[in-house]
Design a protein around this ligand. Structure first.
Ligand code: MLT
Ligand code: ZN
Length: 450
């Protein structure tokens, strides 16, 4: 996925960028390499320049310059995205928000904090010992607030706290003509017009550049207990997860993976399985009676229990390292799909079969978020990567009433299949919304196709 043509950025414009941010924060040539490829190695791009502003005012000045010159821009956070939405695949300028790393004081009365776009999710989670960020993702040490908002990151606790959009109490953002819009007061009740922070969540850098956010925090889980349960089938696993949702009031997470992924992690990452089963359900709960509730649910099934931080981390590693598993076998195609709860077992059970029908030697690893109807399908292809794998998986998903992107976004990876899930009328509305925000028409032009 390379595109040799670079946006036309004359030297005079590079000098104007440098006048805004300083020469050391305008990267060109080899210095841009790390910003032009994603962490999985699936998306390789090129950029004439990486711009590293240190303030919202600098973001505004840079966007005004790019807007005037008609230079396309890809905003980039921690570069942990999975659909190529933050990589300059078409020679765009990269606007890195990493230096907007100011974390404000925690407002303990409101349980809120204002964080710059470049603050990592882990830093937000660590801001106050009694409070936590509701969103928990494996890449939290690198993923940033701005990127997590732009992708509406989901992760491991959506069933309890919702995705990133649900944590938003306000944003500060810059439009492509350099206009700064800011609504950071954090009021829980504030019916004063359009909820543009909610609209920016999941907009994949196409509407505006988020520079800061007011985030709602949640009470830190008290006495969390993690259990890993071995089961014989995906049907039994789904049934048990559904019971957990009904019977464990303190439930925080309901995650799954299979023996196929665990075998790869055992071989390549030294993660010895704590118990052996075809499929695994990881549940975490907190609060009064959480341990008893989980034990009652597990009954006589094989189970590993973690109550100390070290034991819980050990159990979580089996699930949290699954995103890396396919990468040990090759460059993975990462398809992140969701279906209604009633169809989850069919999706999880049939997806490897539809892939093997078009690529018999493909390696398929599945894992994900049971309670959200969300399966991550990681494929290391053997047949040509000509769209057949996407067609096979998305065909199954659509037949089950699902979505081609549960939480990773459309980005570059899924752009050709966007019309499968959004009607002509919806896409026309999206185009009008986009025009209203991105007056200069320069923000991530190849993401979320018009
Ligand atoms: C996860 O749930 O682990 C993330 O969405 C990352 C991934 O799927 O690779
Ligand atoms: Zn996920």
């Amino acid at each position: 996925m390379t595109e040799p043509h670079l946006a036309d950025v004359p030297d005079v414009l590079l000098r104007e960028f440098a006048a805004v941010v300083g020469e050391t924060h305008v990267l060109t040539g080899d210095a841009t390499a790390g910003y032009a490829v994603d962490w999985t190695g699936a998306f390789h791009g090129h950029t004439p320049a990486v711009l590293r502003p240190g303030s919202t005012a600098e973001v505004a000045s840079l966007l005004a310059l790019c807007g005037d010159a008609g230079v396309p821009v890809v905003p980039q956070g921690g570069n942990t995205g999975l659909v190529g939405g933050g990589v300059p695949l078409h020679g765009e300028v990269v606007l890195s928000l990493a230096r907007l790393d100011r974390l404000g004081p925690v407002d303990t009365s409101a349980a809120q904090v204002t964080a710059g776009a470049g603050v990592t999710l882990q830093q937000v989670a660590d801001a106050d010992p009694a409070l936590d960020l509701g969103v928990l993702i494996a890449s939290r040490g690198s993923a940033t607030v701005g990127g997590a908002i732009a992708t509406n990151a989901g992760g491991l606790r959506v069933l309890r706290y919702g995705p990133m959009r649900s944590q938003l109490r306000g944003v500060e953002a810059v439009l492509s003509d350099g206009t700064i819009v800011s609504h950071l007061s954090g009021l829980v009740k504030d019916n004063t017009g359009y909820d543009y922070p909610g609209l920016l969540a999941g907009s994949e850098g196409t509407l505006a550049v988020v520079t800061a956010a007011r985030l709602q925090l949640v009470p830190r889980a008290a006495g969390p207990v993690t259990v890993l349960i071995g089961l014989d089938s995906l049907g039994e696993l789904h049934e048990l997860a559904s019971r957990a949702l009904r019977e464990v009031p303190g439930l925080l997470s309901a995650e799954f993976f299979t023996a196929a992924g665990l075998a790869v992690l055992a071989e390549h990452a030294g993660l010895a399985p704590p118990l052996r089963a075809p499929v695994y359900l990881l549940l975490e709960a907190a609060g009064p009676g959480a341990g008893e509730d989980l034990a009652a649910l597990a009954g006589d099934l094989p189970v590993a229990v973690g109550t100390t931080a070290a034991d819980r981390a050990r159990l979580w590693a089996y699930r949290e390292r699954h995103p890396e598993a396919a990468g040990f076998l090759g460059v993975p195609l990462k398809l992140d799909v969701s279906v209604p709860a009633a169809q989850w077992v069919r999706l999880a059970s049939e997806v490897a079969g539809v892939l093997h029908a078009v690529d018999p030697d493909a390696r398929v690893i599945i894992y994900g978020h049971v309670a959200d109807g969300n399966v991550h399908v990681n494929v290391v292809t053997a047949a040509p990567a000509d769209g057949r794998h996407e067609e096979a998986v998305f065909g199954l998903v659509i037949s089950l009433g699902g979505s081609v992107s549960a939480e990773h976004g459309i980005g570059a990876l899924k752009a050709p299949w966007f019309p499968l899930v959004r009607s002509d009328a919806e896409r026309a509305l999206f185009t009008r919304i986009r025009s209203a925000f991105d007056l200069a028409g320069i923000l991530n032009p190849h993401v979320l196709p018009r």
